[in-house]
Design a protein around this ligand. Structure first.
Ligand code: GLV
Ligand code: MG
Length: 302
């Protein structure tokens, strides 16, 4: 699995941002052809994105291009122009506003044709599917199983809130007047279940109040606590918080390693099942939970 704690959105029409993104310590960068690019700039953005893919130094980052959604006239040319010219530099294509499995299968087939044509390994380019409407959420299980190329399901809160008529203009925060509970909980859990049932990653979307790092940290912390793998970042100021929030703390990582070592010793050397580790009882399920924290810690370099 690729690291995706911080997924940086970069408007494909802005050469300065395309340059700057290369130096930021994010796990993933996605070069956007969709909603951060004005309709009149769409075609120029394709060329800028291809140039940035070919000439940029993206280090060890996961490199993704977000194409336009299938209700627009641009999607097929976005895919063809970018993947034909720079498919060897690309890990995934992100498809926004996915509402049915057939849309992902369309992208899968198109990618296979392009890969064959340009001599890339067929199936090598992955897909990220954004779930950002009521229709997409209702079909999320089917979407999650639609293609072996799928790597992640990505929540798109801005489009989603518009789609369901939520009474808010603030993306990533609770809607005004909703003081009990978490208005995002059901949606996040629904996406997470569909993703995990198919061994996919689950990524939380943007937090638009880019100056409010504490607010970002709170929203990211909620998704991380549920099990999400990462969150979009829109600004350099959000990067460190995302990387930190989606990595386990050193104390949790050390504790997970301790559980694994202790459990290994008691079960294999002493032949016991459930055992006490200090004041805590651990068993096979504790080992599985510890493995999750340990794997996230290792991926974060702890
Ligand atoms: C992202 O695409 C969103 O709509 O929030
Ligand atoms: Mg969106």
């Amino acid at each position: 699995m690729r690291a995706r704690r911080s997924c940086l959105a970069v408007p494909g029409s802005n050469p300065r941002f395309l340059e700057k993104a290369q130096s930021l310590p994010v796990d993933e960068v996605f070069l956007d052809l969709e909603d951060s690019v004005a309709p009149s700039a769409k075609e120029g953005a394709r060329r800028s994105v291809v140039a940035a893919l070919k000439e940029g130094d993206w280090g060890g980052k996961t490199v993704v291009v977000r194409v336009n959604d299938l209700s627009t006239p641009w999607t097929y040319r976005d895919v063809i122009e970018v993947v034909e010219a720079a498919g060897d530099r690309l890990h995934c294509v992100m498809l926004p506003k996915v509402e049915e499995a057939a849309q992902v299968r369309w992208l899968d087939l198109l990618l296979s044709q392009i890969e064959r044509t340009v001599g890339l390994p067929v199936g090598g380019i992955g897909i990220e599917a954004q779930i950002e409407s009521a229709r997409g959420l209702v079909a999320v299980d089917e979407i999650a199983g639609s293609s072996p190329r799928l790597e992640t399901l990505v929540f798109g809160p801005a489009d989603f809130m518009a789609s369901i008529g939520m009474r808010t203009l603030v993306v990533g925060e609770q809607p005004p007047g909703y003081s009990e509970g978490d208005a995002y909980h059901y949606i996040l859990m629904r996406i997470l279940m569909a993703a995990r049932a198919r061994d996919l990653q689950a990524i939380d979307g943007p937090y638009l109040q880019i100056k409010d790092i504490e607010g970002f940290r709170r929203a990211a912390g909620r998704a991380a606590a549920l099990g999400f793998d990462g969150k979009w970042v829109l600004h350099p100021g959000q990067v460190a918080a995302a990387n930190e929030v989606f990595s386990p703390s050193q104390a949790d990582y050390d504790h997970a390693e301790l559980i694994l070592d202790a459990y290994e010793y008691y079960t294999t050397v002493e032949g016991r099942g459930a055992v006490m580790l200090g004041d805590e009882m651990i068993d096979e399920a504790s080992r599985k939970m510890a493995l999750v924290i340990s794997a996230k810690g290792r991926a974060a370099g702890l």
